[in-house]
Design a protein around this ligand. Structure first.
Ligand SMILES: [Zn+2]
Length: 144
């Protein structure tokens, strides 16, 4: 089994009574031949993922909470339908523009200054597109 980083990106070490809380990985490594009961107990005693994260629309500051309580629904990744739609629209536009600019960059007869302008524009769009990941977003996933 490969070694995982001790601190996962969503598991910032929490302090409890001045001591660093263990991760689930550390906890399970400390138990010889762990049983399902150990795993469940470990969930309570180790670093938790946050119960709120920012809306996945990179230009939105709203939070999305992990659903809890009796009426808990599906967890949402976007704070609103309009944020999800904006995310999809912006992502599609940026992806189209990157593809189109890269096609234009294949032209052999480009002036050096035009090539530089197209490369700069494509680079900025690729940089923006990194804020709009495909993973876990889109068809077959929760819709809001
Ligand atoms: Zn939002």
């Amino acid at each position: 089994m490969g070694r995982l980083p001790t601190t996962m990106p969503d598991q910032h070490p929490e302090r409890r009574g001045g001591a660093l809380k263990r991760t689930l990985q550390t906890y399970l490594q400390s138990v010889a031949d762990p049983s399902p009961i150990d795993v469940v107990r470990g969930l309570d005693e180790t670093v938790q993922p946050r119960t709120e994260y920012r809306c996945l629309n990179p230009v939105c500051d709203q939070m999305c909470a992990w659903p809890s309580g009796y009426a808990a629904g599906r967890p949402t990744r976007f704070c609103s339908r309009s944020c999800r739609q904006m995310f999809d629209r912006v992502r599609a536009r940026l992806a189209w523009e990157v593809d189109t600019l890269e096609e234009w960059l294949q032209h052999a007869d480009l002036l050096a200054k035009d090539r530089a302008a197209l490369e700069r524009a494509a680079g900025q769009r690729r940089w923006a597109l990194e804020r709009y990941p495909v993973t876990g977003v889109g068809a077959g996933q929760p819709t809001s």
